[in-house]
Ligand binder design. Sequence first.
Ligand code: S3P
Ligand code: PEP
Length: 426
Amino acid sequence: MTTSTAPWAAPAAEGPVSAVVELPGSKSMTNRALILAAHAREGAVLTGALRSRDTLLMAAALRGLGIGVEEDGTTWRVLPGEPAAPAAVDCGLSGNVMRFVPPLAALADGPVAFDGDPHARTRPMGPLLGALRDLGVRIEDDGRGLLPFTLHGTGAVAGGTVVLDASSSSQLVSGLLLSAPSFGKGVELRHEGPPVPSAPHLEMTVRMLREAGAEVETGQDVWRVAPGALRGGEWRIEPDLSNAAQFLAAALVTGGEVTVRHWPEHTTQPGDRLRDLLARMGGEVSWSAERGLTVRGTGVIHGIEADLSACSELAQVLAMVAALADSPSRFTGIAHIRGHETDRLAALVAELTRLGGDAEETPDGLVIRPRPLRGGLFHTYDDHRMVMAAATLGLAVPGIEVENPATVGKTLPTFTELWTRMLERS
Ligand SMILES: O=C(O)C1=C[C@@H](OP(=O)(O)O)[C@@H](O)[C@H](O)C1
Ligand SMILES: C=C(OP(=O)(O)O)C(=O)O
C-alpha cells in the first residue's frame, strides 16, 4: 500500500494559467518496454523511462524473476534472461504488473506467487488465468479468478490458440501478446464478448512487439504472434500523454494557455485524444514539433457527448471539466472503469455530489449537469487519477482538500510540484 499523507489544499487559480510543462515518461510504454526487454535475446536501454510506483513495481517483479534491471535516473538498462523461480510478485495496484507479468512468469520453472494491494484483489484477472491454463500453465487460486494466485511453470509455455473475454480490460490481451514470442507455438488469441476497451493500448502493444522484431498479425478481435527471438536495443519512451490531461485542462478551466513539450506527432497513446476532446469542449488546440501541444482556453467550456472507450484514463479529469461547463455532458463506453484503481464511476459521482454537483452513473458511463460547486474534502480512493481530477476542479472551486495526495505516485510522483510550478509561473 502507498502510505497515507495529510490532505493537500488544491490551489485555486488566481487568473488564467500560462505555462509550459515537461512530463515524465509513459507508464504504459515503460512497462511494455521492460517486459519486451526481459525476454529479448540481448540487453536493452530505456531512455525517458517513468520512475513511479507502477514502473518500480514492474522492475522489482522482473528482478524477482532473475532479470537484471539497472536504473540510472530515467535511463534504465535491462539484462534479459530466462525467468527464474521461485519468486513472489507484488503487483501493488498496477493493472500492468498484474496482467503483463504472469505470462512471462509462466516461462519460469517453478512457483511464482502474485498478490497486491487490498483493492488489487478485486481487479479482473479471470480471463487471463483461464487463457494461461488453456495454454498449458498450472495455476493455483481460490477459483474466483482474482489475486492472489500462484503459477507453477515448467520452464516453457506451449502456446497455441486461445479464446478469452477481454471486455473488462484490454490488458488481458496485451499481457498475453507481450510474452507470446517466447511461447513454443506463439499465440493465436481471439476475443469473444462485449467490445474490448482501450483500442490505442492494444495498438501500442502490437506496435512495440513489431518494433522488437516480433511477427504480429491482427484482425477483428484476433491477434496472432509468431514465436521468435526479440531484439533489445534502445526504447525511447514518450512523455505520458494521459498524465497531460489535467495540465491541458487547466488552460480550459482558467481561460489560460498550457503547452506540453515533446508531444509526439504520431503516437499510440490514448492521451492524444485530448486534442480532439478539449477542442470540442471549447479549447483552441495547436501542435508544432518544436513547441509541443498547446491548448488555449477561450473563456467558455462546452459540455460534450463522448465515447471514451478508447481513452478511459482521461475520464476523471474530463468529468471535472464537464462539471464546470455551460451545458451537460454524457460520457459513454467506460463501464469497465468500475474495475480500475477504484470504481471510478461511483467515485466520481460521490465526490461531485458531495461538493454540490449533479452527476449520475449510467450503465456505461456518466451524465454530468453543471451546477455551482463548493469546496470540501475530495476523497481519492488510492486512485492517482482522482488526485489529478481534484486538482483540476480545485482551480475553479476554492477550498478543495485532496485526500492522500501521495497516491498520485502510482504514475506521477512529481505531480504536486509540477502543478504548483505551473500556477506560480502564471
Ligand atoms: O495497456 C495499458 O498500459 C493500459 C490499458 C488500459 O487498461 P484497461 O483496458 O483495463 O482500461 C488503461 O486504462 C491502463 O491505464 C493502461
Ligand atoms: C487504469 C489505470 O492503470 P492500471 O490499469 O495500469 O493500474 C490508470 O492508470 O488509469
